[in-house]
Design a protein around this ligand. Sequence first.
Ligand SMILES: O=C(O)CCC(=O)C(=O)O
Ligand SMILES: [Fe+2]
Length: 353
Amino acid sequence: MPVPVRELPEWPSNVEAHPLLVIDYRLLKEGNQAEIDRLWEAGTNLGFWYLTNYDAEQEFVSMWGMAEELFKLPLEEKMKHEQGDEGSSFGYKAIGNYIVDAAGSPDPVEGVDIAKDDALSYPVVSRREYGTPVNDRMKSVVAPFVEKCVSITDTMIDIFNDKLALPKGALAKLHQRNDFSASETRTIRAPANLTPGKLAIGGHTDFGTLSLLVNNLGGLQVLPPGTTEWCYVRPLPGHMICNIGDTLTMFSGGLLNSNIHRVVPPPGSQAKYERWSQVYFCRPSDTAPLLPLLESTIVSEAFNKLTPERQKALSPGVNSIDWHTRRQKNYRTKNHKGQETWAANRGTENGRA
Ligand SMILES: O=C(O)CCC(=O)C(=O)O
Ligand SMILES: [Fe+2]
């Protein structure tokens, strides 16, 4: 069994971790202004924060149990539901199918991504099939997980909407429950005893709006703005890790920061355990145009202050699904041709101050 998140192995005493702001979800739900202001502070600076009192830790950990059953199947069986090389991220992901750097080095992790659309419509198949171990747990594990995550991301989207002084519900309209989107669950298993220095996931920004993450070991690192030193983010029981993704950076005219991060082997003696992560990616409706929401004077004033290069990076003008497909496709090892393929998978880090 995976290491339960509440029984984390000891953090090595000589390894520093980033002191992320801790945001209390219960206070956010109550409309506590001081907590809302702190969420804004977290979103506009590092773009990463801890969330406590979110009441879904069990739903996150249950997803590991679901994936463990799937990963037990013979590879040939799992490959029937692999994501493929066309730019969809829904489905099983075999070890080595993503690149982790510009040289095209293959990744060492196994994973599975399930579309929000499939979880919520089950037994109706909206996007694709995932095989029996997933089907058997769609109602009992996957859908409850997605429901909790949708509720958490909807809450934070409305808070950011109001802090950006957008018309009521403007951001929510770009993330409607019943619109098809690339929103999905992602479960990742990295093997124990990875070679020190090996990347499990290469440096990247997240593609969508908000990411919710629970992991059982260290290994996640952020590159804080204005620094050149990668810094560990320490998993803490009862705390999930949240971060801003590219599309929210675009909608906010660069005010909210989609920060670069990566995953390396866990620090110290934690490296001897299998590493499990559970993510929920909230992404805009497939047809949402990716442009700053200039109807807000806060957004337009921020956007006008940016360099032309940064303005261009934050207003690609393509639809959300095209952004996602381009990035995803150029992470696939089979599609890697050279340095230019890595450049083609990049997000809003281009022109980042
Ligand atoms: O495994 C982690 O801790 C982070 C995963 C991540 O950054 C991602 O899947 O985008
Ligand atoms: Fe990420």
